[in-house]
Write a protein that binds this ligand. Structure first.
Ligand code: MN
Ligand code: MN
Length: 462
């Protein structure tokens, strides 16, 4: 190594692929962790299913259910299931929490998809369809002409609940959004991507067989209602109190000859939710630690399962009161990693990024001191002191990570739940896994970055 090379090594910030430096043992850990993550993904296509899976993980790790009003003491491992759509897992440590605060890691478990409207079923030209209202930010054209599965719950008139999960298993029927054949798409093809498929065209094909009645005017819709009544015991009115979502009917798969990457629906943000759970369950510590799996991030974090609600404050108050502390003092000393995905630099679309400040795939989980765009609009900008502290934690632990912001300054940007947590007087910074094709029906992440997030979360809660 020349003198200049030595100097450069010492002084220059360089991003390095984790695969570049990982030895065989580390590579095996990365790949083994990814298998566990893929099992979580395949079982968790909606926030309800992710909550259920995470609750089972918590129980297996010795956590028991918490209800507001319960007594708490040091050593307790508890989880709070918020309406089946959001989960808070926490462990009470031995350090005084009005001095040490709570270490919080927050991810979200809802993902963009097509939700059914409340009067969804209709028939036209020999086919039956469900009307939808898309959930979250999607590129609508991406949701046509591919297999979809149907997930959710129906609350019937008598109050009983029916679970729906159909289209994922081999042998299940799937569902489908029609698209125009190229032969007749001359006009459609000249439209901008954003308007070529309007929202009211995202109708789900659910059947094509008439209910024979002898007069030759049988109804496809009535046949579907008959089948739904036989299978689920429901009538058309029961859709009014249902939450049904169509999601891509593909499971998680390795991508590439080298299997370095994972393709799946809903990496955003289950790729942070899973490692944060594992980090909390796998780490012995005297700190008080809280992991949050939030709902409704993709639509603005509003409502009683979203991060703008009072629930986080209520949980912190409950923990503080149980330990005889002021929750004001606890919040002031608490710290949070807002664990949400970032955009990985994509060399196919270089113009939208500023490469020096973009996340490079496989170079680790990505910290964003601030999000927002066009003047840091709407962001909570973590302080230099707090980022410095987190850097030290990661360095001491040996966790690999990188820094980035999402896209060019004047162009895009995205928000996360960071601001809502920071607003509670909690030091908060964004840290998450870089994603290729974010919000597409099939997104791609690096196994190395997933594992890096796990290590960063472990370092933080230790
Ligand atoms: Mn997200
Ligand atoms: Mn998102």
């Amino acid at each position: 190594m020349s003198d200049n090379e030595k100097l450069s090594d010492k002084l220059t910030l360089k991003k390095k692929s984790i695969y570049d430096t990982a030895d065989e043992a580390k590579k095996q850990m990365i790949f083994a962790f990814s298998e566990d993550y893929k099992a979580f993904l395949d079982a968790s296509k909606t926030e309800r299913e992710a909550t259920e899976y995470a609750e089972a993980m918590a129980k297996a790790a010795g956590y028991t259910e918490f209800r507001f009003g319960d007594k708490l003491k040091a050593g307790d491992k508890r989880y709070y299931n918020n309406r089946g759509k959001s989960l808070y897992v926490f462990r009470i440590g031995n350090y005084p929490i009005d001095r040490d605060g709570i270490r919080i890691v927050a991810a979200h478990i809802d993902s963009p998809r097509l939700d059914l409207k409340q009067v969804p079923l209709y028939e036209d030209s020999g086919m039956a369809f469900f009307k939808t209202h898309y959930y979250g930010g999607i590129k609508k054209y991406q949701w046509t002409a591919m297999p979809l599965s149907l997930h959710g719950v129906i609350i019937k008139r008598d109050g009983s609940e029916v679970r729906v999960r159909i289209g994922d298993d081999e042998g299940d029927p799937v569902f489908y959004v029609n698209d125009l054949l190229p032969h007749l798409a001359q006009e459609q093809s000249t439209k901008p991507l954003g308007s070529a498929i309007p929202g009211e065209v995202l109708n789900i094909l659910v059947g094509g067989m008439t209910l024979k009645d002898g007069d030759g005017d049988g109804s496809v819709k009535l046949n579907i209602l008959k089948l739904l009544n036989e299978k689920y015991g429901i009538t058309e009115e029961d859709f009014i109190s249902a939450e049904l979502s169509c999601v891509p009917a593909f499971n998680a798969r390795d991508v590439g000859f080298d299997r370095a990457l994972i393709g799946a629906y809903g990496h955003d943000d289950r790729v942070c939710a899973y490692p944060l759970l594992r980090a909390i369950f796998d780490t012995e510590t005297d700190r008080t630690v809280l992991g949050i799996l939030a709902d409704k991030e993709e639509t603005g974090s509003i409502g009683n399962t979203g991060m703008q609600s009072m629930v986080l404050l209520d949980v912190i108050k409950a923990v503080s009161e149980a330990l005889g502390c002021s929750d004001i003092a606890v919040r002031e000393k608490s710290m949070c990693l807002s664990a949400d995905v970032n955009a990985a630099f994509d060399p196919n679309f270089p113009d939208v990024y500023e490469k020096r400040n973009s996340a490079i795939i496989s170079c680790g989980a990505c910290m964003s001191k601030y999000t927002g765009s066009r003047g840091k609009s709407g962001t909570s900008d973590a302080s230099a002191e707090f980022v410095g502290y987190i850097r030290k934690i990661f360095a001491d632990y040996g966790a690999e990570w990188q820094t980035a912001e999402l896209g060019r300054v004047d162009l895009g940007g995205g928000g996360t739940v960071a601001a809502y947590i920071a607003n509670l007087n909690i030091d908060t910074v964004d840290l998450g896994v870089p994603v290729i094709s974010m919000h597409a029906p099939y997104e791609v992440v690096s196994k190395a970055d997933l594992y890096s997030a796990y290590e960063c979360f472990k370092a933080f809660v230790k």
